[in-house]
Design a binder for this molecule. Structure first.
Ligand SMILES: NC(=O)c1ccc[n+]([C@@H]2O[C@H](COP(=O)([O-])OP(=O)(O)OC[C@H]3O[C@@H](n4cnc5c(N)ncnc54)[C@H](OP(=O)(O)O)[C@@H]3O)[C@@H](O)[C@H]2O)c1
Length: 286
């Protein structure tokens, strides 16, 4: 079930697809309070009278103001993304996806605290729980302190299994203790895979500060390279597309184990270069 603190509207159980998400009524979701109508495998919830009134107001507003998806027909086709952890890196990268036209559900342990963030980002952004982000996103960005990985992996094992996870977390000794030592010894990719079993992990968006991402997104004069690594070709392709949508140039460094080459403290960490330069640094084909 997907909750939405942006406003009221209609509800459908289970994950939404980009097409299902493209009508204003579904963008303005609300917790269901009535019995659902079952159509096929889906349950649809009727809105309350108050919701209908607010929806009508939203419709009038949509007529008066250019709606983003209407302004940009291609945007209605963008895939929904879950962002788990809506702090510095999660809100920055997730915000870039919202600007690119992706519906994004931001999650944390305290989604009620994210109301202001998603309101500022507009109707494509919403807030919810970790379970909701996992159900919502065709891919999820994991942007929480690394020490949370073991619990997340255990508590959401079923939902994470088979999910494309863009893994931005870094393990530091000061913050993450033994986990950082484990990541240094085993490799950050292997360590993430150990704690998120079954997830289709792509290490990405970990190798620069969020302010660098914010400042350089869509920059002119040569996009900033973003290194990534993963074992699942489809997941890597999805991640490459999402790197581009955020305003950067993806550079696939190799399989998941190659993530150690741009892990914190490695020579590939903190590069602020274009893709050809990054390929040179990593010794990849131009
Ligand atoms: N900051 C950067 O520039 C940067 C750059 C690249 C990578 N990273 C990596 O990205 C991760 C996040 O860093 P950050 O600086 O964005 O941290 P942050 O600003 O402290 O944000 C962390 C977010 O994660 C949420 N969170 C914490 N524990 C959680 C849990 N168990 N379940 C769900 N949500 C949880 C927090 O919200 P609640 O506490 O309300 O749950 C908060 O929204 C770290 O691993 C970091 O190494 C950071």
């Amino acid at each position: 079930m997907i909750s939405d603190i942006n406003g009221p509207g209609y509800w459908r159980s289970g994950p939404l697809t980009h097409l299902e998400f493209s009508t204003p009524s579904q963008r303005l979701g609300e917790n269901p309070r009535t019995e659902p109508t079952v159509i096929g495998n889906d349950r649809w919830y009727a809105p309350s009278r108050r919701a209908l009134l607010r929806l009508a107001a939203a419709g009038a507003l949509a007529g008066a103001l250019p709606a983003r998806a209407q302004d940009h027909p291609d945007r209605a086709q963008k895939s929904p993304i879950g962002v788990i952890g809506a702090g510095n890196i999660g809100s920055t990268i997730g915000g870039l996806w919202v600007k690119a036209g992706h519906p994004v559900l931001f999650a944390s342990r305290h989604p009620e605290d994210l109301a202001g963030l998603v309101r500022e980002m507009g109707p494509l952004a919403r807030a919810g729980t970790v379970a909701e982000a996992l159900a919502f996103g065709e891919a999820v960005l994991l942007a929480v302190p690394y020490r949370a990985y073991p619990d997340l992996g255990r508590d959401y094992a079923a939902a994470l299994s088979g999910k494309i996870v863009l893994d931005a977390g870094n393990a530091t000794r000061a913050r993450d203790g033994d986990l950082a030592a484990e990541a240094e010894a085993q490799g950050i990719g292997a360590t993430s895979a150990k704690y998120l079993p079954g997830a289709r992990i792509v290490r990405v968006f970990n190798a620069a500060n969020y302010q660098v991402f914010q400042r350089n997104a869509h920059r002119s004069g040569g996009l900033m390279a973003v290194p990534l690594a993963g074992d699942d070709p489809k997941a890597v392709a999805v991640a490459e597309g999402l790197v581009r949508d955020a305003g950067f140039d993806p550079v696939v460094v190799g399989p998941l184990d190659a993530a150690r080459r741009f892990a914190m403290g490695s020579p590939g960490f903190g590069l602020d270069v274009t893709a050809p330069e990054a390929r040179r640094v990593f010794g990849l084909q131009p």
